[in-house]
Design a protein around this ligand. Structure first.
Ligand code: GCU
Length: 661
């Protein structure tokens, strides 16, 4: 029987060490608890495959080897401890999720080749909320999806099947504990997810998730009182609107007792919101927060609020400023079950952006980080772009929001300001393709985001190696080579696309491939301002003032083109092509060099992939090989279009006289 979908990193392979019999014992936990039950199932499956063992439950006195799941209230929430000896692996946790994560951690170690007698690890999650955000629409399409259609929704119906269970297993195995199933742009049938039309199926889905320690969340239409309730308005301070929400949320929790809460995109890109009624973002979020509070639910409110009907002639309005401008002055006003979800950069998931000044700029508000593993601007899961190094940069960024504990990791984990609602969310890159992520190698981002959100201290390389070991069976030289390919891929993509932090030179709407002026005269606030003398956006105190939104230490660096890191210099400054960067190169020479290099390096990694032919299953090999062919065509197009564009604008020759068209 051939599989209908891949098992990703849980496709266990037999190890050298065979064990005849293994006993599983559950000590202190309720064996019947849904999460413990899932954990035992997972262990049986994995141990059976990895050791070829006959796995049984109960007192294993008669068996030579046992895996024990032990409750101990001393272990951190959702954390675990693993120790092993010649006769047992002991997994200790204080709660069921911790036990499940400990089980998957033991399986991970075994899958990565650690001997069963040598397993030891102590872990606790860095972030309380570790979430995936699906941008799945109920007609089955996925906004910014590059791996087929939705596996949750087909023709406006909800599907719950074996694939859903596998999906929950994968997510739990990397520590995810919250999933938003529908697109943030809630319209059409999705508005009815909070009605009888869908309750039964959403409930079923929430139960599948709950078996794996995951809470289900829904994206919400802020205009529901109008669209579902027939009211004339959705003003968050209007009594009839508040009462409508009270009744609605009561009904929702009657029907969906396991619901975690709602994610809301309001006043953003045409979505309804409190601004229509002259209310603030806090008014909107707090109203919903108060209504959902009796049920223990939370409101995750997105900060992606900006003017999307800008005029390119206007040099003063700056989209980058918008999040901070709309939300910072409300710091401290958000209720305690409201959490603001903030994109990593101030614009929109470009390959290089500064870190949003709102993160850590807010000091009295629950906040979480939003990143995108769906490769919207980073190659559509055609081009290889391992994003964990980017996420690490974001997490390691020093905000200076206080003396210590001031990195983004400190802020979004809740450590910095003592928030218990805090964490990380990713716009997910999955779909119903056989391999879930379109490109087999894009699964490294899916795996990587989960692992990083659970443990922000892991390095990009550790995560890459784990994923490779669990996915393929490679000799160490090949593992090294593939690790190197992943680790270099983000920089390579950056090199052949948009230089020095400027962003947005993509084909409008689709966002794959070059179009240097594609967004230059649009309404989206996405300009590079290139002319025959120079390029870049002046966001200093003499320009839009965006640089001043950072704490002093960062503001000073960004405000000064001589101190601003090269990779962001055009984000903050309008500079002549002849400007000398800190690297010693001129802006124009940097543009030429990085584009030629990026294309050349893309060819190198594509050639490396060919060395794996015959060493991995041919469907995997062919899938990625085909994508590398497309990536090279894309990289060439980017290289030539960007170089030609700037050569034509500037008239300045490439010092190395390479071919520019
Ligand atoms: C981007 C993306 C949209 C998405 C939006 C969001 O602009 O292109 O498709 O809806 O982000 O994050 O809400």
């Amino acid at each position: 029987e051939s599989a209908k979908w891949s098992q990703l990193w849980l496709d266990y392979k037999k190890c050298k060490d065979s064990v005849e019999k293994i006993a599983i014992e559950v000590l202190g936990f309720d064996r019947a608890h849904r999460v413990i039950d899932s954990g035992v199932k997972e262990l049986k499956l994995a141990l059976g495959r990895i050791f070829g063992a006959e796995v049984s439950e109960g007192n294993g006195a008669a068996d030579p080897f046992a895996v024990k799941i032990v409750k101990d209230s001393a272990v951190a929430k959702e954390g675990y401890e693993l120790v092993s000896s010649a006769s047992e692996i002991r997994i200790t946790a204080s709660d069921e999720n911790g036990a499940l994560y400990g089980i998957f951690a033991a399986i991970r170690k075994l899958s990565c080749g650690v001997a069963k007698e040598e397993i030891s690890e102590k872990a606790a999650p860095s972030n309380p909320l570790r979430m995936m955000n699906h941008w799945d629409n109920m007609d089955g399409s996925i906004e910014r999806g590059y791996s087929g259609n939705s596996f949750f929704f087909v023709d406006n119906e909800i599907v719950v099947d074996e694939r859903t269970v596998d999906y929950a297993r994968f997510m739990a195995s990397i520590g995810i504990n919250g999933i938003v199933i529908n697109n943030v742009n809630v319209k059409d049938a999705a508005s009815y997810l909070i009605t009888d039309r869908y309750f039964a199926k959403v409930k079923e889905l929430s139960e599948v998730f709950a078996d794996y320690g995951i809470r289900l969340y829904l994206s919400l239409n802020f205009a529901s009182p109008i669209e579902l309730g027939g009211l004339e308005l959705c003003d968050p301070l209007d009594e009839s609107v508040i009462n409508w929400w009270k009744d609605k949320v009561k009904e929702v929790y009657d029907k969906l007792p396991l619901l975690g809460g709602f994610l809301v995109k309001a006043d953003s890109e045409g979505r309804p919101g409190p601004f229509t009624y002259g209310r603030t973002q806090a008014d909107g979020a707090n109203m919903l927060g108060d209504v959902i509070k009796p049920y223990g639910g939370i409101i995750i409110w997105r900060c992606f609020v900006y003017n999307c009907t800008q005029d390119w002639r206007d040099y003063k309005t700056d989209r980058a400023r918008a999040g901070y401008d709309y939300f910072k002055n409300l710091d401290g006003q958000y209720h305690d079950n409201v959490i603001l979800q903030i994109k990593n950069g101030p614009m929109d998931f470009q390959i290089r952006e500064p870190i949003s000044p709102l993160l850590g700029g807010l000091t009295k508000t629950n906040q979480m980080l939003e990143v995108q593993i769906a490769q919207e601007y980073t190659g559509h899961q055609i081009d290889l772009c391992y994003l964990v190094p980017m996420f690490k940069e974001v997490l390691d960024f020093k905000t200076y929001c206080q003396k210590d504990n001031d990195t983004i990791a400190d802020v979004v984990s809740g450590r910095a300001f003592g928030n218990s609602l805090a964490g990380m969310a990713a716009v997910i890159n999955t779909g119903n393709d056989f391999n879930w992520t379109g490109n087999y190698l894009a699964a490294a981002n899916l795996y990587g985001f989960g692992r990083l959100s659970y443990n922000t201290e892991l390095s990009s390389e550790e995560i890459a190696r784990e994923w490779i070991k669990m996915t393929f069976s490679l000799e160490i030289v090949d593992e090294d080579m593939l690790t190197d390919m992943l680790l270099r891929s983000r920089e390579i993509y950056e090199k052949y696309t948009s230089p020095l932090g400027i962003g947005w030179m993509v084909t409008p709407n689709g966002h794959y491939g070059p179009s240097v002026d594609g967004y230059e005269y649009s309404r989206w606030g996405t300009y590079h301002r290139a002319d025959h003398l120079g390029i870049g956006v002046d966001r200093t105190d003499k320009g839009t003032g965006y640089a001043q939104q950072y704490y002093k230490e960062n503001a000073e660096v960004y405000n000064d083109p001589k101190k601003c890191p090269d990779n962001l210099v055009l984000f903050f400054h309008h500079l002549p092509y002849t400007w000398k960067l800190q690297s010693g190169k001129t802006v124009i020479q940097h543009i030429y060099d990085t584009h030629f290099e990026g294309y050349a390096e893309a060819k190198e990694i594509a050639a490396n992939w060919e060395k794996l032919e015959g060493k991995i299953p041919s469907d995997m090999y062919n899938n990625v090989h085909h994508r590398f062919e497309m990536q090279l065509a894309n990289a060439r197009e980017w290289c030539d279009q960007v170089n030609s564009y700037f050569y034509r604008k500037s008239g300045i020759e490439d010092e190395l006289h390479r071919e520019i068209y």
